[in-house]
Design a protein around this ligand. Structure first.
Ligand code: HEC
Length: 329
């Protein structure tokens, strides 16, 4: 039994092979799986320990076997082991030299060129093999690339760009979903989507109808469908009333602890939508007529005057100082 001593090569190679396979098969989005999932780190640690343990066990078995040998066999074994170690070193050294491809100084005579500039001479060194191999590799890569993307038609930059835009769009949508709850009375906007109004209607029926009646006509709470508002109309005031509640002791509580901002915006929009529905048996108006300060002003005719046509007539008894020059004529 001869245990190969290349453990320092075997462990990292196997380790990175397992790591590569793991990254290939686990979909972890933009991050590598080893960073995204702590479980993956534990797994790789386990793999590493396992590899070390296997090497340890093999070495131990070898050791035990060694002791079962007789003296002559032991000697032979050690000799072959020694040979193997030197072979490993030789192999590494030779490969290194081969890749470098430089001529030893003694052999420089073979490659020296015959020109001579003031005693400076030139060696005709071959290109180092490591460089040449790299060059061949780029040629092979170029062919693979060409066939992959230009002959068989993989994805191109445009498609890649569109994919990234689509992914970013999805992220924005995702963000907007959570950002909906960042609104407050200052930033709230009237929602007009049918789905939002439907959600608002459900919230109203479940929480508000007991006091405002299902049609908004009002009973304990005031009529929400007329032009009159106690606490101010418009989406921002209504949202604020719902969030913070009405005047103390009147019965309208602050809903911000029970409803999310997005839900308050939905029910506020639903309330705004009930305006002008004139339900039967509605409560008398309370409060004041609300005028939206930001309401668009329409049907106001403003006569346009061309300022270049305006004639300014100054009537005065005193001589005009500007015309003084002319008047002296
Ligand atoms: C317990 C009864 C009660 C419930 C439930 C209730 N309200 Fe009220 N609401 C009132 C009363 C009472 C007032 C008047 C407050 C005041 O005068 O300060 C009021 C006022 C309001 C106003 C302001 C009206 C104005 O004229 O300015 C709005 C808007 C409103 N409620 C919406 C809601 C919504 C939306 C809900 C459900 C989430 C709700 N209310 C639930 C009793 C209630």
């Amino acid at each position: 039994m001869k245990h190969n001593r290349l453990w320092w090569l075997r462990i990292p190679v196997l380790f990175f092979a397992v790591l590569g396979l793991m990254e290939l098969f686990i979909d972890s989005g933009n991050l590598p799986a080893i960073i995204a999932y702590p479980m993956a780190q534990v797994f790789m640690l386990f793999v590493l320990l396992l590899l070390i343990a296997i090497e340890g066990i093999l070495a131990a078995i070898e050791n035990v076997m060694f002791h079962t040998l007789d003296d002559a066999a032991k000697e032979r074994y050690l000799a072959s082991k020694q040979k193997q170690t030197t072979w490993e070193w030789k192999w590494a050294k030779n490969t290194y030299k081969k890749l470098l491809g430089s001529k030893p100084v003694e052999a420089e005579g073979e490659i020296i060129l015959d020109h001579n500039y003031d005693g400076i001479r030139e060696l005709d060194n071959k290109l180092p093999p490591w460089w040449v191999y790299l060059f061949y590799a780029t040629i092979i890569f170029a062919f693979v690339y060409m066939f992959r993307f230009h002959v068989f038609g993989g994805y191109d930059q445009e498609l890649e760009y569109e994919r990234e835009i689509a992914a970013a769009q999805a992220e924005i949508e995702e963000y907007k979903k959570t950002a909906k709850d960042l609104i407050d009375a200052n930033t709230v906007e009237l929602l007009t989507d049918a789905s939002d109004l439907k959600a608002g209607e459900t919230i109203f029926a479940g929480n508000c109808a007991v006091c405002h009646k299902i049609d908004g006509g009002g009973s304990i709470g005031p009529n929400l469908t007329d032009d009159y508002w106690i606490l101010g109309g418009g989406i921002k005031n209504v949202f604020n009333t719902i969030a913070e509640g009405g005047r103390a002791g009147k019965g309208m509580v602050a809903w911000k602890s029970n409803l999310k901002p997005s839900e308050m915006a939905q029910v506020a929009s639903y309330v705004m939508n009930m305006h002008g529905t004139n339900p039967a048996d509605a409560k008398e108006p309370e409060g004041e007529i609300w005028m939206d300060p930001n309401a668009p002003v329409d049907n106001v005719d403003v006569e346009q005057i061309d300022s270049t046509e305006i004639e300014v007539i100054i009537e005065t008894d005193k001589p005009n100082p500007l015309e003084a020059g002319e008047s002296t004529e």
